[in-house]
Design a protein around this ligand. Structure first.
Ligand code: XIL
Length: 318
């Protein structure tokens, strides 16, 4: 029984993973990544981001996104599409020019229209806006906020709603919103304001990039998920990984196993939490060591393709 088989039996829609384009060349890796008993859902780790999809203004290149999405369709895996609007991984033409507000709004609609239509009917969900909030719950002063103003969020969701296939879920996705805190409360306010104005939002993505030993507890995660599901939006754990301070040892691996299990169990026990996605399953392809100095070993599989205690603890709670 693979993790996705177990997740489905437990009432979830999927257990999934991110896959990055360079990984497609590793056949041992791909034999696991494309096995729908193990992973019933796939997210492109990079291939659908703005810098790759629209590298020049109004020039679209779907090759990297397609390279991840097409095999997932062939293998009967759901796709979470990621992402439409973010402050990061933007092309130089976009960040290097001072567009006016109305120009930037039309650039935004044009980008969303093209990308969403290209993937029409191929996405279970779209992460429409990614990481728009600061830790204190205010909006991040990125390109979008400074040029368009706070209404860029509503515009992004309205544009997405206009072009997506019926049934595609529209998500807000962020990190450090896995407990009740200023940032997650700001997401609650965002959803309430959208609902009041009749703007569609269907889900909240809890990235869940955790550190072994300081991950939120099961109770904190359940309570946090409830504040979203009570507003009639679904939730998903969208980018789960649990990094450890290197060097790793058996104690840290046990802590990691328990942290992974708490997150997965919180989702399983929450009506309205649809699934769990790990932000890669294989340590050599993890984004963690490149971004968090001195940390790593964040995924369920070791470099030699054996499974960690965390894999077994996840299987156990599903
Ligand atoms: C990361 C990718 O994994 C890296 O390969 C890339 O260099 C940077 O982005 N939150 C997100 C993801 O929403 O898109 C990020 O992915 C990880 C943090």
């Amino acid at each position: 029984q693979g993790l996705n088989d177990l997740a489905r039996k437990a009432g979830l829609l999927y257990f999934g993973t991110a896959i990055d384009n360079p990984s497609l060349n590793n056949s041992k890796y791909m034999s696991i990544a494309t096995d729908s008993h193990i992973f019933g859902q796939v997210t492109p780790a990079n291939g659908q981001k703005w810098m790759y999809i629209e590298p020049e203004r109004n020039v679209f290149d779907y090759s990297m996104g397609d390279a991840i999405i097409r095999p997932a369709i062939q293998h009967g895996q759901l796709r979470r599409c990621h992402n439409l609007v973010w402050h990061s991984q933007l092309p130089d033409w976009l960040t290097g020019t001072n567009y006016t507000k109305s120009e930037l709004i039309s650039i935004l609609e044009n980008h969303i229209a093209h990308e969403v239509k290209h993937y029409y009917g191929q996405c279970y969900a779209w992460d429409v806006v990614n990481e728009a909030l600061n830790e204190d719950g205010t909006l991040r002063s990125d390109l979008w906020l400074t040029t368009i103003g706070p209404e860029y969020l509503e515009l992004a969701f309205e544009f997405a709603a206009k072009y997506v296939s019926p049934g595609t879920k529209l998500y807000y996705n962020d990190y450090n919103i896995e407990t009740i805190n200023n940032k997650s409360l700001a997401v609650v306010s965002l959803i309430k304001s959208f609902k009041k104005k009749g703007i569609r939002i269907d889900g909240v993505g809890l990235q869940s990039h955790f550190t072994a030993g300081s991950s939120p507890s099961y109770d904190q995660q359940v309570a946090n998920m409830a504040q979203f599901t009570s507003l009639d939006v679904e939730v998903a754990i969208t980018e789960l990984d649990v990094r450890v301070n290197l060097p790793d040892d058996a104690t840290k691996e046990a802590q990691q196993a328990s942290d992974y299990a708490n997150a997965v169990k919180a989702c399983k026990d929450t009506d309205g939490c649809v699934g769990v996605t790990v932000w890669d399953f294989y340590d050599p392809f993890s984004w963690v060591p490149g971004v968090f100095a001195g940390q790593g070993d964040a995924d369920l599989w070791w470099g030699n393709f054996t499974m960690k205690p965390a894999y077994y603890s996840v299987a156990e709670v599903l």
